[in-house]
Design a protein around this ligand. Sequence first.
Ligand code: PEP
Length: 250
Amino acid sequence: MRKNIVAGNWKMNTTLAEGVGLAKDVNEALKGIDAKCDVVICVPFTHLASVAGVIDSKLGLGAENCADHLKGAYTGEVSAPMVASTGAKYVILGHSERRQYYGETSEILKTKVNLALEENLTPIFCIGEVLEERENGTFLDVVTKQIEEALFDLSAEDFGKLILAYEPVWAIGTGKTATADQAEEMHAHIRSVIAGKYGKEVADNCSILYGGSCKPSNAKELFEKPDVDGGLIGGAALDCASFMGIVTAF
Ligand code: PEP
């Protein structure tokens, strides 16, 4: 059966010393509880190796992106094998900030997913509509297309290795959360789209996280929904107490 997961996305925040400190705090806090979900922190590239050295196996580690090439003359890029060599096990792909600010298309993301899977990294693949698409009622179709375009060339076996994160763009960093019912409607839709392509078993086994202004005060209500299997957490992941408040919402 699918796993419940809470994953932090630190984005472009924290110096190395601050990040290592935060990772140590989360690691310590996790030791003191019997978490009912897997817990992952996705951190800047510069922090990966150092953070890997201070956390236990109970806390998963991921990158926030990887390159769409394996190696070579791509100045400033970081490849999937480089990420994997740090000890990271996860990689966020297709975050709306990457799509919006760095022009990441479904074609590019398809390549990144394949490269990540070749390195045995688990992609946390983000999908979600912008406000206009929510308001004009096309949001279900938009998300269907994002999934079909980037992921439906995968075999069922490879698709089964993914974690999906539904992140309505209008809810990211805005303080505006999707209601639990809005999240459930989309998560159930995503699961039915997966079932249509790969069958019910693959769909039922896929963890689908919600992301967008998730915090300790709204996490429980969201996570209680049958198709919401956890959260991808931005702002609230930068504070150990807030992050743990979300982890313990399960
Ligand atoms: C995110 O960017 O993945 C995210 C969910 O951000 P926030 O929690 O800050 O809205």
